[in-house]
Design a protein around this ligand. Structure first.
Ligand code: PBG
Length: 327
């Protein structure tokens, strides 16, 4: 038996495996999504997402401190207002729940975390859509863009380093870039949700933000069947000034993430969404899989598919695991 190639040689010891490893996840690449709910008296757990809460102002501050301690890269803030209306007007309130949270986070963390603010209307509208509606009840792209531009300025004034344009309106990156620049915020980054799919995996998140949505987002979020359409969206966002392009969800869309990361020269991001987390948590809770190994394996898969930035509810815990057991 003369085997010339024996791939197993490279796997024979743990230091050797570490030496030849192609990719590894580092805490600095992880971004933790955080929910802050106006008027809440104590943190409220979210079903299906162990360890994830709607935060009060106090518990939100404590999370910022934990994020700093863990050495993760950033936090992505979602605000849930007490009052909603058809145009989502609370999104433009400089003293609203989101702006206050951004100010707090920035005051505590300075530049020690990248403070990302979600730039979308769905938490603020009474109908739960990511934009305003026209008189036939359809999401009005261009009327929504105007509000996104105004919202970008409010979020940047509050101290966000980066805005996450998650509404999937045509032209949103360009309008937001222009609004930021005209207000003198040329240094604020745009994390473009370039390929965001109309996915079943957002289930637990909708509870987390008390979504009022009836129906679906199929006229603005992408059809899960399409990859060329994603490439078009990514190209458009980069041409309009996106600093980072995101593919979302993660696990059912690793092919899209890989293709996007090969196609553009800006960094790519991936968001391991609420339903993806819930799937792993419930399998682990049943004893079917090893929870820590599964989490690290999933993070590694996203990294391998090309993501520089990984948004995950496991960010703090994963940073602690990585310090013990780097992958
Ligand atoms: C909407 C938004 C969604 C998520 C983040 N921003 C969901 C939606 O389109 O309803 C989902 C995140 C998750 O499921 O973890 N602005």
């Amino acid at each position: 038996m003369t085997l010339i190639e024996r791939p197993r040689r490279l796997r024979s010891t743990s230091v050797l495996r570490a030496m030849v490893r192609d990719t590894s996840v580092v805490p600095a690449s992880l971004v933790l999504p955080l929910f802050i709910r106006e008027g809440l008296m104590s943190p409220k757990p979210i079903v299906g997402m162990p360890g994830v809460f709607q935060h009060t102002e106090d518990s939100f501050r404590a999370e910022i401190d934990r994020a700093l301690d863990a050495g993760i890269g950033g936090v992505m803030i979602f605000g849930i207002p007490e009052k909603r209306d058809p145009s989502g007007s609370e999104a433009l309130n400089p003293d609203g729940v989101l702006s206050r949270a951004i100010r707090d986070a920035r005051a505590r963390a300075g530049d020690g975390l990248v403070i990302v603010a979600d730039l979308c209307l769905d938490e603020f509208t009474s109908h739960g859509h990511c934009g305003v509606l026209d008189n036939r009840g359809n999401v009005d792209n261009d009327a929504t863009l105007k509000i996104y531009g105004d919202m970008a300025k409010v979020l940047a004034d509050s101290g966000a380093h980066m805005v996450g344009t998650s509404g999937m309106m045509d032209g949103q990156v360009g309008v937001v870039r222009n609004a930021l620049d005209s207000a003198g915020h040329t240094e604020i980054l745009i994390l473009a949700y370039a390929a965001k799919f109309a996915s079943a995996f957002y289930g637990p998140f909708r509870e987390a933000v008390e979504s009022q949505l009836q129906g679906n987002r199929n006229t603005y979020q992408q059809d899960p069947a399409n990859i060329k359409e994603s490439m078009r969206e990514v190209r458009l966002d980069v041409s309009q000034g996106a600093d980072i392009v995101m593919v979302k969800p993660s696990l059912a869309y690793l092919d899209i993430l890989y293709a996007a990361s090969q196609a553009v020269d800006v960094p790519t991001a991936s968001y391991i969404v609420s339903g993806e987390m819930a799937m792993i948590e419930s399998a682990a809770a049943q004893g079917s899989i090893d929870r820590e190994r599964a989490i690290l394996e999933v993070l590694g898969s996203v990294k391998r598919a090309g993501a520089s930035v990984i948004c995950t509810y496991w960010a703090i815990e994963a940073a602690q695991m990585l310090k013990r057991n780097p992958v």
